[in-house]
Write a protein that binds this ligand. Structure first.
Ligand SMILES: C[S@@+](CC[C@H](N)C(=O)[O-])C[C@H]1O[C@@H](n2cnc3c(N)ncnc32)[C@H](O)[C@@H]1O
Length: 268
């Protein structure tokens, strides 16, 4: 057990709001989540996708949907650190919500970026601000090489976005998230989704939240990758941020290692 109360139970890290016995396990089990579901399902329906509620054990896209297999096949060539299922989850989350842009901290070779950008393209809603040093996580740079050798990560990211057909929806900020903040703030009227997948340390996530959470619009979402055992720094930074901003967020929901934090309407 860490200082933040993270449990070792897989997929059950959101300890302050752990379900009580008998409480519904349905992901969209509160009015707020129902509203998010309505937005996601509505956005997906407009694109002809059949969508079912999401839970831990089954996919939320009906087998008769052809759109997602097409996307998966189209983006399959991009190296990525997120499993396909989490990429699809991101895409679905990015289909709904308020009018606004998306910011992604930690793009690497653009796997998650492509799904987020495709959601912008499919809905005509915003662009993705892709923020990455393109150097790999500090101290672990060797883990971010592609094909066993150190290619220019930014150049290969650009080539991947072009080949994926989403470059028009991606604005690259090739610098640290701290250094990119002023640029992103100037260029966006607000974020409907902030995806945090950069350096998974307490300091990095804390800094990213202190800066970028202010750009998230009421009704928008903050999505964290690796909110999971082994990433206690992430977890602590998220818990501290939520508790130091009372009333700003609705109850988060977790799908495997992904935590989704909804920003409430009409709150500071
Ligand atoms: C886990 S990878 C991102 C994986 C990517 N989302 C995907 O779908 O494959 C983390 C990335 O964060 C970047 N990064 C680490 N610290 C950063 C920082 N302070 N600012 C911007 N990017 C950072 C690294 O260069 C690396 O490419």
């Amino acid at each position: 057990m860490s200082a933040c109360g993270a449990s070792s139970a897989r997929g059950r890290l959101w300890s302050p709001t752990m379900r009580t016995p008998g409480e519904s396990s349905h992901v969209f089990d509160s009015p707020l989540k129902a509203r998010i579901r309505k937005a996601v399902v509505g956005g997906a329906a407009r694109l002809g996708l059949g969508v079912e509620p999401l839970d831990d054990t089954r996919t939320f896209v009906k087998d008769d949907s052809t759109k997602l297999p097409e996307l998966v096949a189209r983006f399959d060539f991009i190296p990525g650190m997120l499993p396909q299922r989490r990429c699809i989850h991101l895409y679905m989350l990015a289909l709904g919500g308020v009018q606004g842009d998306i910011a992604e901290i930690g793009s690497w070779q653009g796997k998650s970026t492509a799904y987020l950008a495709q959601a912008c393209a499919d809905t005509g809603n915003g662009i993705v601000h892709a923020i990455d040093t393109f150097e790999g996580n500090p101290g672990h740079e060797q883990n971010y090489s592609v094909g066993g050798s150190r290619v220019n990560l930014k150049e290969s990211f650009v080539a991947n976005m072009e080949r994926a057909g989403v470059a028009d929806w991606v604005r690259i900020h090739a610098k640290s998230s701290i250094d990119a903040f002023d640029e992103v703030s100037r260029e966006t009227a607000g974020l409907r989704l902030l995806f945090i997948d950069g350096e998974h340390t307490y300091e990095a996530v804390k800094n990213d939240l202190e800066l970028y959470a202010n750009l998230v619009l009421p009704g928008g979402l903050i999505v964290f990758d690796d909110y999971a055992p082994g990433f206690e720094g992430d977890v602590r930074a998220v818990l501290e941020h939520v508790s130091s901003n009372p009333g700003r967020y609705g109850r988060p929901f977790q799908q495997k290692n992904t935590l989704v934090l909804p920003r409430l309407h009409g709150q500071p």
